[in-house]
Design a protein. Structure first.
Length: 378
């Protein structure tokens, strides 16, 4: 394995173990020509696999028409994408930006404007991004410590503990911000009971409930939105990662029931809603259909059952193709050994191995990943 010279990059990430030069479906190729089965999908981003022909063709066609016009003008792809997302959500308006953190910043501002309140309840172990507002709501103290003071008024509750949710709440709370599955915090799915308690609490407080579906959205957990499985429709949803299959995009969806807070001038983004990215995202939405979602659920169950049988796996959990294996050994060493063996996977915290393959993965590729992991974990 070899990597490109990295000394000109700020060292915000550990040194990269490999340089990828090409991708095709569920496979990546490194600079030495070695092929890898990709069960990371660029951290749950390349949902349809590398170079999927439908978003690829849509982006190419848009590149040939119009790249950028600014949000001072309408463009067809952004309007079409907002309409498609509204249909999937069941009535919502969209704001487009460029990342998950930006989508959560938009949610933080929207809730302030809509409720007139600045308090936020989020979850211990949750992750919402690295910008200062999103970081303030990220329940991982080590990521926040060097940058405090951050946005004031954020309190943390324990996942799936309704009593701690109530203890964190107060009259000042205008936003409850939750990931349906804590993707960076150990792959912890919220229970429907906890989600219902959060929705009830938001109602009582006059706060908005936002699901951060940056990682769980666009079919990752086996339904288009993960909240569909929780039975709780939120006021706000944030999306990013898989929305354009790897081109940068974020979105805040505001349910029609919570509409009206943002007026012209309240928020914006130069690149948000870029026509090329939105054209790719429209193609993604057209491709993530019921048949694909059924496969996501099926192969997710196969992965869970397979992992649960391996040595060093204390618990396998997750939903659809966002799967975590709690290990009794450090997860980073397993991810590194898997990479050597030709399988790309992820950690989620210190001791959780995370798998998030493209949603188009085949049964044979799931079996191959499991057989590599059974060697690595033996
Ligand atoms: N929210 C969740 C749930 C995430 O998993 C992430 C990234 O991992 C973010 C927000 C931040 O997204 P971005 O890195 O695009 O800013």
């Amino acid at each position: 394995m070899s990597t490109v010279l990295e000394s000109a990059l700020l060292p915000t990430y550990p040194p990269a173990p490999v340089t990828f030069v090409a991708g095709d479906g569920v496979w990546l190729v490194d600079a030495d020509g070695k092929r890898y089965l990709d069960f990371a999908a660029g951290i749950a981003v390349v949902g349809l696999g590398h170079r999927h022909p439908v978003p690829l063709a849509a982006a190419h066609a848009q590149l040939d028409k119009l790249w950028h016009a600014s949000n001072l003008f309408a463009t067809e792809p952004a309007a079409a994408l907002a309409t498609k997302l509204s249909e999937r959500f069941g009535g919502a308006q969209a704001f487009f930006c460029n990342s998950g953190a930006e989508a959560n910043e938009a949610a933080l501002k929207y809730a302030r404007k809509a409720t007139g309140k600045t308090g936020v309840v989020a979850l211990s172990g949750g992750f919402h991004g690295r910008t200062t507002g999103a970081l303030a709501a990220t329940g991982q103290p080590a990521k926040r410590a060097a940058f405090e003071p951050l946005l004031a008024g954020v309190r943390f509750a324990e996942p799936n503990d309704a009593a701690s949710l109530h203890a964190a709440a107060g009259e000042d709370v205008g936003l409850i911000l939750l990931e349906p599955v804590l993707g960076e915090g150990g792959v912890i799915p919220l229970t429907p009971e906890f989600a219902a308690a959060a929705a009830e609490l938001a109602d009582e407080l006059g706060a908005l409930l936002c699901f951060d579906e940056v990682q769980t959205g666009i079919g990752r957990t086996g339904t288009f939105f993960a909240w569909e499985q929780l039975g709780v429709k939120p006021d706000l949803v944030t999306l990013a990662k898989a929305l354009a299959n790897g081109l940068p995009i974020g979105a805040l969806l505001v349910a029609d029931e919570a509409a009206g807070a943002f007026q012209p001038g309240d928020h914006g983004s130069t690149f948000g809603g870029n026509p090329v990215v939105c054209a790719a995202a429209c193609a993604v939405l057209d491709t993530v259909d019921d048949a694909l979602l059924a496969l996501v659920r099926e192969y997710g169950s196969v992965l869970l059952a397979g992992l649960a049988r391996f040595p060093h796996v204390v618990e396998a959990r997750g939903g659809g193709l966002l799967v975590g294996a709690q290990l009794d050994v450090p997860a980073a060493a397993i991810v590194s050994a898997a990479l050597d063996a030709g399988l790309v996977c992820l950690t989620s915290g210190q001791d959780v191995l995370r798998l998030a393959p493209p949603l188009v993965v085949s049964g044979a590729e799931v079996d191959l990943a499991l057989s590599i992991l059974s060697e690595v974990l033996s």
